[in-house]
Design a protein around this ligand. Structure first.
Ligand code: ATP
Ligand code: MG
Length: 386
């Protein structure tokens, strides 16, 4: 029996955003996520359909759809005849395995085709009765059935299924502008990127690279993380910023306890320049209050002062453990914990400031050619699309 994938999406979003724009964007993202898998994807009656050409690729397709934001449920459904007698026979045959292994069941009908001659309660009663007769092991349980058999009567066909797979939810990437993600090789920033992308924000990543203090291996690790995030965002551009010159300058000219904060202000300023260039409207970091000296409230204020764009910090109120839980779920954790040298750890002062004063930091920055250093770092950017 032919199977098709039904894709359900949230209704909430439809209020604010033009519904068809939303649906078209989701379809575009679905095609991108399916990649080489041949499929025809279309929408009708508040559902998206994905007809996968090669049945053997169905499970791979579902695996990929589980990473598409905006999808609430993914359903592998049988395509049945609308002629009721035939429909009953087909339902009996294609649910054989499912129903033989169950003790209780319930039929639920959704009648999107209002012209269909039978009403929903009649469909439930007739099909339920018929399946009970075919599978004597089965009892009807309308409260907590082992198998919920759903029949959707739609304009062209009837769709039948017992299982729905939970989607990621959120909004289609691209439906909510674009932001620049400061992506390190750590655990937090990939999670931060995931969380912002979930709300429909497209991402480009910036990574600060301190060759030769950090190795090619560190860069590869960041690109590997970017690739994992790219599965959720439909590709990801990574702007690799040469950062060594800036770090050496700060180290030479500024007080050691201010080093990290000045460095972070440079990161922000450079990221803002990238954002302007790629038309992004915000920055995203993986900062969390109090996690390290540069993430005290005072330190975050000093960092924020370096830019005009809003800085989104989706993990700001989360404990490390909670961030790790998400990292595991989205598959970045294993890569994040691989050993590597971080551009920050190499230049970390022994006694960083936890209650920095902005005027002192700005004064130290006066010893440097801040704008010139930013401009030359931006000019040296290498962009890699993963
Ligand atoms: P992560 O937060 O990714 O685990 P981390 O815990 O080492 O890294 P910090 O070094 O304090 O955290 O950095 C805080 C935030 O600054 C990171 O979440 C990330 O957004 C950004 N950041 C730090 N280092 C880099 C880098 N080399 N390139 C790009 N962004 C960086
Ligand atoms: Mg961190």
């Amino acid at each position: 029996m032919k199977q098709i994938i039904l894709i359900k999406y949230g209704e909430i979003i439809l209020k604010g955003l033009n519904r068809h724009t939303f649906e078209d964007m989701l379809i575009k993202n679905i095609y991108a996520a399916l990649g080489p898998i041949q499929a025809e994807v279309w929408r009708a009656q508040a559902t998206i359909y994905a007809d996968i050409k090669n049945e053997n690729e169905m499970d791979e397709a579902i695996f990929r759809l589980k990473k598409v934001f905006g999808i609430v449920a993914i359903i592998k459904a049988y395509v049945l005849s609308k002629e009721f007698e035939q429909l009953k026979q087909e339902a009996r045959d294609c649910l054989k395995e499912e129903l033989e292994s169950a003790n209780t069941f319930k039929v639920e009908a959704k009648r999107a085709d209002k012209k269909y001659p039978m009403k929903s309660p009649d469909i439930c009663r007739e099909l339920g009765g018929f399946l009970s007769d075919c599978y004597p092991n089965l009892k009807v349980d309308v409260i907590r059935p082992d198998k919920l058999v759903t029949v959707e009567v739609r304009e062209t066909n009837v769709y039948l299924y017992c299982n729905r797979i939970k989607g990621l939810g959120g909004m289609p990437v691209g439906s909510n502008s674009k932001a620049v993600l400061l992506l390190s090789g750590g655990i937090d920033s990939p999670v931060a990127g995931f969380m912002v992308a979930k709300r429909g924000v497209a991402l480009e990543a910036v990574h600060f690279f301190s060759h030769p203090y950090t190795s090619q291996r560190a860069k590869d690790k960041v690109l590997a993380l970017a690739k994992i995030i790219a599965a959720y965002t439909g590709g990801l551009k990574v702007h690799i910023v040469p950062f060594t010159e800036i770090q050496l300058e700060i180290k030479e000219k500024c007080p050691p306890e201010q080093l990290t904060l000045i460095m972070r202000r440079f990161m922000m300023a450079i990221s803002e320049k990238v954002a302007q260039r790629v038309n992004a409207k915000a920055l995203v970091t993986g900062e969390s209050i109090g996690q390290v000296a540069s993430q005290t409230v005072e330190a975050l204020c000093v960092t924020n002062d370096a830019v005009h764009l809003p800085v989104f910090r989706p993990v700001i109120g989360m404990d490390k453990e909670e961030i790790v839980e998400i990292a595991r779920r989205i598959d970045t954790f294993e890569t994040s914990v691989l050993p590597y040298e971080d551009c920050c750890t190499i230049f970390t002062p022994r006694h960083p400031l936890t209650k920095p004063k902005l005027e002192n930091i700005v004064k130290s920055e006066g010893l440097l050619d801040f704008e010139g250093l930013v401009a030359s770092a931006v000019a040296g950017i290498e962009t890699i699309e993963v």
